[in-house]
Design a protein around this ligand. Sequence first.
Ligand SMILES: Cc1ncc(COP(=O)(O)O)c(C=O)c1O
Length: 481
Amino acid sequence: MKSLDLSPQALKKLLDDSTAIVLNHFANIHEQKGFHDFPQQEVESWFQEALPQDGMRAEALFDLFVEKVLKTATGNVGPHMYAYVMAGGNQIGIVADKLAATINQNVTKWHLGPAMTEIDKRVIQWAAEMVGFGEDVGGYIGSSGSTANLDGLTVARNVYFEKHDIRNKGLFGSKPFIVYCSEETHSSVDKSVQLLGIGLDHLRKIPTNADFTIDLDALEKQIIADRENGLQPFCLVGNAGTVNTGAIDDLNSLADIAKKHQLWFHVDGAYGGLVSALDSKQALYRGLDRADSVALDFHKWLYQPFEVGCLLVKSWDDLRTSYFKKAAYLDTSLEQGNNRLDLNEHHFMLSRNAKALKVWMSIKYYGIRLIKEMIQKDIDLTDYLNERINASSDFRLIADSPLAVSCFQYVGGLSNSEDIIALNRQLIPALEKDGRVFITGTTLKGEFVLRACLINHRKTEETTDYLLDVIRDVAERQMSK
Ligand SMILES: Cc1ncc(COP(=O)(O)O)c(C=O)c1O
């Protein structure tokens, strides 16, 4: 009878050939360009074809992959990526993803993936230990920081309003719930508030101080005003590292405010949460352990290949209260063993892959000491970048960071702020076209800046110097046009 399987020899060749591609990619990784400037229509044309009725040879398929996908890939693995929060992955993670696909567990009910479920639980415990979240912890390993924020706010809403029987009655008839966060909070919180039916009109974006942390006085005044106006303040979102500048809110004061006003306290630690494991930075995270929920992101500062994020909550019951729904074909009553954890009863997702395996294997292989060293190196390199900027005559630092993101402008010989901003705006497409490095911009208190995030263990002082050299080169060409 036919199946899709290959002969052992053909499978071995497939694996060997793909291994050769991986090895070749890493042999040249330090030269990987940041971006390849192919027109969109051209990239689209490479893949325009009718639905293939018959298969093609693996060799030709690999050639196609190498030519059209690998060689044109945005340089996220190499050291010249500075945009967004792109951590470059790690090699154990690559192998782990392959092994996870090999056994293809559906980590949703304990008996569908016994070892993988226990690995999920273990990784959640370790993550909680890293950020000092305490021993009693539940959690969910999902796909990203965005989903971890959505999960956190979903649990917040469902647990907080359980008394209103919200899972049966919905939001109808309730006074509007109010969520608080700083104006620097990640857009995934806005999206979550939209998805949860709370509505953006009920998300209060509180102004920030000069260091981009939330203004605590303005926050409390807003909570009091909302309550006086008959609204229901319910959730406070703190930042453990904003995406723009890595600002870490005063989490301990936020925990006090949350306690005083009886709010759920969620912390977005997608970017910076794991840095609390570093001795050098621990003091900045005081109060993180007092959060009700924390969003983390392992494809950021745990150097995992995409995608893997994580929500931590204080107990598995918080998740079960939020998500449990009985379904006849998922019933566990006939199964043996009463300590089995069925993850589908603790989240919306039913089928899910083994996202925790790569995290577990990476931590076991490298050890957390080495991973922490790499995080510290990223932060030290950012300090180095800032020193170079400050020592130069043609760049100016706009905002440094307790973490690894630097916001600056190329000023050249210009003195007028509008001209400087216009030039820096033009630099983004010009740098993308150039492609040697990949960097994007952002807006800080209304001002456009270049933003470099250094979160890749393959970076060095030389690659950091190269960033400024390339920007300078592209800017000078831009100005001479
Ligand atoms: C602070 C913060 N929160 C949430 C996110 C969203 O994470 P993801 O891109 O994994 O969805 C990011 C991404 O950069 C972030 O920096």
